[in-house]
Design a protein around this ligand. Structure first.
Ligand code: PEP
Ligand code: MG
Length: 777
């Protein structure tokens, strides 16, 4: 008698093997059948049984796969390949995986199994239906070990031959390197993990996406739906920025809507596979879901959650007004409140490998890729965890791809922190040792809020979704007397920034835009490419201006320390400075490099000419009013009507806080605290040095005193006084600033909601206290 091992380590005999057929229809399946149909199959069957609109499907059972292994004598051969495999050895792992996959693909499936698959397919719709063929591993989608995405899915399969080939490919994918690694790390015995294959009518979704039936971080009864045009793969794979909707189950209302620019969609490619195509301009900015559709999806989500007793991560699609629920699996982590919702306490038991400062919120799991030199960023793949000493502007393309970012160096205001927040990518900075402690290929989970990196997968909440929840909840129309503005560094973040409903942009850092060109301004000048430089600058700023029609956008002139230019074309000509933070940067460099300054002003002039009157210009790193006057006069010389346009300064150096009255006399229209620098220059604490990070104190009395005095002076002269440093994204600081009379606060995208709330509460409290005091008099 043949002994067959099943998922979960159960042993069944050849006799019981007969009891589970090769094919099971969705209607016959319940969640207990997980060892035969895998997590996906069981979940779909269960969902169909409670009346959710699941597309028709059958499952090629795990027993069919086992029979295949036995009949082809593959079992022993396959398993011996892993006997002594060290999964941490990347090369060996890839090799073992390739060998195993090739073995499975080459082996011939028995006629019986083929015939049964064919017959089932025929029964679906005469044998011509377009189907999705999805792996459903028997260890997949369990609440404590999300294997989702480890095995393959083949979309848009039509015809018997293509279907059989896709089934066999799914089987082979059980031996992908990532899958083997995950199983080893999660303690699953490779010999006992089975795979079933779900063959399901492919819904040619006109719109589709994902839904968290409860808030993925807090567990609140807020259904978060992401949707875009075409098949849901575009949303799941992250190829598109989807619309985001938040439905409050308590009020049964859509409480937030964030419509994104959806540039691409995935659609069926003829009879086989899918393709990525451009979305027509008219549909790019159109809202995907109406409120009734959102409510209906949320209702389906609720049914699933109630049935399973646990929040679900659901994939959905809509075609010709018909709704389909394509997949549902438990959300494997709900932030810190997960116990309250009955989730397992994985975080508490998980091993913390390294920790630093939580610089961009969100949780993400993936494979570590350590980058020691920017030249190696080519090896970074979609969904990896980028681990590096410190990110550089030339790493931004790689930063766009990854699921999370971890650095050895830096603080809350370093390059990695700023860019990650804008990309909505979780980040932990200043870990000191991540590049030594973490290993290439290792699977980790990054908690960008708490600043922790855990071993293995302990969370499934997608960063974009987590961030989306925070962004969208900021969309509530709270009106505040103190303007709440937003900081932007990369134009692609403009739409997300605008969706927060911010009252304008309090800081647009153009150096990220310029550094992204990968050539220094000096290179453009030396190579007679001035026009190109001006055009790039103009176009990048215009994206942000267009996202904020009628609202003020303060663009800051170039402020890049010389070391940031080093890796770029032309960077070889940059001076080597002992301390770039105190060096040739900001307005002091522009004043001494008139060509570089003039090109920036050229771009501003064009924009003003095009009617963007709400564009204001802010000079960074000014230490004396003379610098403001000199900059203004240079602009006048280049044809700017300097009395008409909005010109202001950053207060980043104690001298400018102390001399604010002189700046006002020199004609500034506004001033904005750059606390990232103001703190470092007041306290002599390098903001990027993790060794002194604990002494970097935004609420140091000396810093607060400088800020307080400058605010009072600005108020006396009726000059707008703002803040755009990181401290403005801290609600506690925002409360203090409102109490001290600041005119506006410019915060990071992810912080707008909480800042707006803190500002509103403080303003109300001040009014209330004033009224009470009056009554008492
Ligand atoms: C600051 O110094 O607070 C600021 C906003 O500028 P940056 O972080 O770009 O130096
Ligand atoms: Mg600064």
């Amino acid at each position: 008698m043949i002994i067959i091992k099943q998922g979960g380590g159960k042993i069944i005999s050849g006799a019981s093997m007969k009891e589970v057929p090769n094919i099971l229809w969705l209607e016959e399946i319940r969640k207990e059948d997980i060892s035969s149909v895998g997590g996906k199959g069981a979940s779909l069957g269960e969902m169909a049984s409670i009346g959710l609109p699941v597309p028709k499907a059958f499952v090629v059972t795990a027993q069919a796969f086992r029979r295949f292994l036995v009949e082809t004598n593959l079992e022993k051969k396959l398993f011996s390949a892993y006997d002594k495999l060290d999964v941490e050895n990347n090369e060996a792992l890839e090799k073992a995986a390739d060998t195993a996959k090739a073995m499975v693909l080459k082996a011939k499936m028995s006629q019986k199994i083929r015939d049964e698959i064919r017959a089932a397919y025929k029964k679906m719709d005469g044998g011509t239906l377009i189907v999705a063929v999805r792996s459903s591993a028997t260890a997949e989608d369990l609440p404590d070990a999300s294997f989702a995405g480890q095995q393959e899915t083949y979309l848009n399969i039509r015809g018997e031959a293509a279907l059989i080939e896709a089934v066999q490919k799914c089987w082979a994918s059980l031996y992908g390197a990532r899958a083997i690694y995950y199983r080893a790390k999660q303690g699953f015995d490779d010999n006992t993990v089975n795979i079933a294959v779900v063959v399901q009518q492919l819904v040619p979704s006109e719109k589709a996406g994902v839904m968290f039936t409860s808030h993925p971080i807090t567990g609140e009864p807020l259904t978060i739906i992401e949707g875009s045009w075409g098949l849901g793969e575009a949303v799941v794979s992250g190829s598109v920025s989807p619309d985001k909707y938040v439905f409050d189950q308590r009020s049964e209302k859509v409480v937030d809507t964030l419509v994104s620019n959806k540039k691409v969609e995935i659609i069926a490619d003829g009879d086989h596979g899918t393709k990525l195509v451009d979305v027509s301009p008219a549909r790019q900015d159109a809202q995907v879901l109406g409120s009734e559709e959102i409510a209906k999806l949320a209702m389906y989500g609720k049914i699933a959650e109630d049935h399973y007793g646990i929040p679900q991560d659901v994939e959905w699609g809509i075609v010709a007004g018909t709704f389909y629920i394509l997949q549902s699996r438990p959300i494997t982590t709900i932030g810190n409140n997960k116990e309250a919702k009955g989730m397992t306490g994985q975080k508490q038991s998980a091993k913390i490998l390294v920790q630093g400062q939580g610089a961009a919120p969100g949780i993400a799991s993936g494979k570590v890729v350590i980058i020691r030199d920017v030249k190696d960023t080519g090896s970074v793949k979609e969904g990896d965890i980028l681990v590096t000493r410190m990110t550089n502007p030339d790493m931004v393309p790689a930063m766009r791809k990854v699921a999370a970012i971890v650095t050895d160096e830096g603080g809350m205001t370093c390059h990695a922190a700023i860019v990650s927040r804008e990309l909505g990518t979780p980040a932990v900075v200043g870990t000191k040792t991540a590049t030594n402690v973490l290993k290439n290929g290792q699977i980790v989970t990054v908690d960008g809020e708490m600043g922790l990196i855990y071993e293995g997968i302990i969370a499934q909440a997608a960063p974009a979704q987590a961030a989306a929840a925070q962004v969208t909840s900021g969309h509530a129309p709270i009106i505040t007397a103190t303007s709440v503005k937003v900081n932007v560094s990369i134009p692609e973040a403009a739409a997300r920034a605008a969706a927060t409903g911010a009252d304008g942009v309090g800081l647009l850092r153009i150096e990220h835009l310029i550094l992204g060109l990968n050539k220094t301004p000096g290179w453009f000048i030396a190579n007679n490419k001035e026009e190109e430089f001006v055009r790039e600058l103009h176009d990048g700023i215009k994206i942000v201006l267009d996202a904020f029609p009628g609202k003020t956008v303060w663009v800051r002139t170039l402020d890049a320390p010389t070391d940031e230019f080093r890796n770029m074309k032309g960077g070889e000509n940059e001076p080597h400075e002992h301390n770039p933070m105190l060096g040739w940067r900001g307005i002091r460099r522009d004043l001494q490099s008139p060509d570089q300054f003039r090109l920036q002003v050229e771009a501003f002039k064009q924009l003003w000419k095009e009617g963007y009157e709400h564009l204001g210009i802010m000079f960074p790193m000014v230490s004396h009013p003379d610098q403001f006057i000199q900059g203004k006069e240079m602009m006048r010389g280049w044809g700017v009507d300097v009395e008409k346009v909005i010109l202001g300064i950053m207060i980043e150096i104690p001298s400018s806080a102390i001399m604010i009255e002189d700046f006002i006399r020199a004609g500034i229209k506004f001033a904005s605290f750059g606390t990232n620098d103001l703190i470092q220059y007041t306290l002599a604490i390098d903001r990027n040095n993790e060794n002194v990070a604990d002494m970097y104190n935004p609420q140091h009395p000396a810093v607060l005193s400088l800020i307080h005095n400058a605010i009072q002076t600005c108020r006396a002269y009726n000059v707008e006084c703002s803040i755009c440093g990181q401290a403005g994204s801290d609600p506690k600081m925002a409360i203090w600033l409102v109490e001290h009379g600041i005119t506006s606060i410019s915060a990071n995208i992810d912080a707008i909601a909480k800042i707006r709330e803190a500002v509103a509460r403080t303003e109300k409290r001040i009014i209330l206290e004033a009224a009470r005091n009056r009554d008492a008099e």
